[in-house]
Design a protein around this ligand. Structure first.
Ligand code: FES
Length: 153
């Protein structure tokens, strides 16, 4: 089937790859670039485990076609830390014990960073609403919202 070349920036590094035109951003990240932090839960836009930032906006990478991202800036969970220093929201997830199995955690954290950057942190209810696309099967929502709230200050 047809394939295309696409150049995009992932976590600050310019990458050029040739992919099948049907390849999702999630598969591009996981299978072509070896960035497996973004998780494949439902692969259908319903769970948020695959959440990444594209040009600063949260997207479900399983629903985003890689070939549409020419020139885009993508940030994944691997791109949040500053060297050995965790992103403040990553540290807050540890401090608040905001996970159990951890499968949804990368998507929760990227979504939380987006939520903070977009300014949707006025109250726990607002955070919860703006992160409602990120499902946690272990039910850690209260602690997740607290971690986002504390990081937002
Ligand atoms: Fe993309 Fe579930 S894997 S939303």
């Amino acid at each position: 089937s047809p394939s295309s070349r696409v150049s995009l920036t992932v976590n600050g590094t310019r990458r050029t790859v040739t992919v099948d035109n049907r390849t999702s951003l999630l598969d591009l990240l996981r299978e072509h670039l070896g960035l497996t932090g973004s998780k494949k839960g439902c692969n259908a836009g319903a769970c948020g485990a695959c959440t990444v930032l594209v040009d600063g906006h949260r997207v479900n990478s399983c629903l985003t076609l890689a070939v549409r991202l020419e020139g885009a800036e993508v940030t994944t969970v691997e791109g949040l830390a500053d060297g050995d220093r965790l992103h403040p929201l990553q540290q807050a997830f540890i401090d608040e014990d905001a996970f159990q199995c951890g499968y949804c955690t990368p998507g929760q954290i990227v979504s939380g960073v987006g939520c903070i950057q977009e300014g949707h942190t006025g109250s726990p209810e607002e955070i919860r609403e703006w992160m409602s696309g990120n499902i946690c099967r272990c039910g850690c929502y209260v602690k997740i919202v607290r971690a986002v709230e504390q990081t937002a200050g």
